[in-house]
Design a binder for this molecule. Structure first.
Ligand SMILES: Nc1ncnc2c1ncn2[C@@H]1O[C@H](COP(=O)(O)OP(=O)(O)OP(=O)(O)O)[C@@H](O)[C@H]1O
Length: 235
């Protein structure tokens, strides 16, 4: 089976146009791959570039150099040079992303926020709702909240809706940006179980977890981002 995600020699710097075009190098020589069924974790201190790497892999940040090879639709594509249309197709089918915060949509119930990604991918509404029900129950979101738009939910409640929405699809690659940041211990354990289930299903996962217990519970491997920031730190 081909490796779902291979990152080779990726570099990224930011140009501050309002500051005389100063260039801020962030990472260089980023190289790693993620196999199906493993969960790798990006490690390193604050500011090392963990989020920037995750954002490049989701196509949110442009890549200056290098390749991000993704197994997509029985072929390989380089996300680093892909067109915006291809990036959107990869997001729809191949790479899922669970951010720290839920982007709430006015007037849409928590239940439909969770079921929507499956409906958009052509799954029948009732089947999508059944999966949403299972996930929201697993994540201990009180049933009285399901019919309400999540805008007024607490941080932890919103994060659980976001996790359910991110985990409901069958994307073969899943990026996790601190999905447990606002959760209590019980729900952190649920997320650890959900990640284990994704691994068992052959999903390739890459995440950032500041919570050490969660990191130790889910990580098959830690990718030390400081290895890619040496130039910046020495400068
Ligand atoms: N959009 C941006 N414009 C300019 N600089 C940025 C931008 N995004 C990130 N940076 C800079 O890139 C560096 C890496 O930031 P990044 O958020 O990737 O680090 P991190 O390892 O995820 O940190 P943390 O653990 O604190 O979230 C930082 O110095 C940050 O200021």
């Amino acid at each position: 089976m081909p490796t779902p995600l291979v990152v080779s020699d990726v570099a990224k710097s930011f140009t501050m146009h309002l500051r005389d075009g100063i260039r801020l190098p962030v990472v260089a020589g980023v190289s790693f791959s993620i196999r199906a069924g493993e969960c790798a974790v990006l490690g390193g201190p604050s500011g090392a570039g963990k989020s920037s790497i995750l954002k490049m892999l989701y196509g949110n940040y442009a890549v200056d150099e290098g390749q991000i090879i993704v197994q997509h639709e029985n072929g390989l594509i380089d996300l680093a040079s892909a067109s915006p249309r291809t990036v959107l197709a990869v997001r729809r089918q191949t790479i899922g992303y669970v951010s720290q915060f839920l982007r709430t949509v006015p007037r849409v119930s928590a239940f439909d926020v969770v079921a929507e990604p499956l409906v958009e991918r052509g799954e029948e509404r009732e089947a999508a709702r059944e999966k949403a029900r299972t996930l929201l129950t697993q994540l201990n979101l009180p049933e009285r909240l399901w019919a309400l738009p999540p805008a007024t939910f607490s941080g932890g409640e919103q994060q659980r809706v976001n996790i359910a929405r991110g985990f409901i699809t069958g994307h073969p690659i899943l990026l996790l940006d601190e999905p447990t940041a606002s959760l209590d211990a019980r729900n952190r354990d649920v997320v650890v179980e959900l990640i284990a289930a994704k691994k068992a299903a052959g999903v390739a996962l890459l995440g950032i977890f500041h919570d050490q217990d969660v990191r130790e519970a889910v990580a098959d491997r830690v990718i030390d981002v400081t290895a890619f920031t040496a130039g910046r730190i020495a400068a």
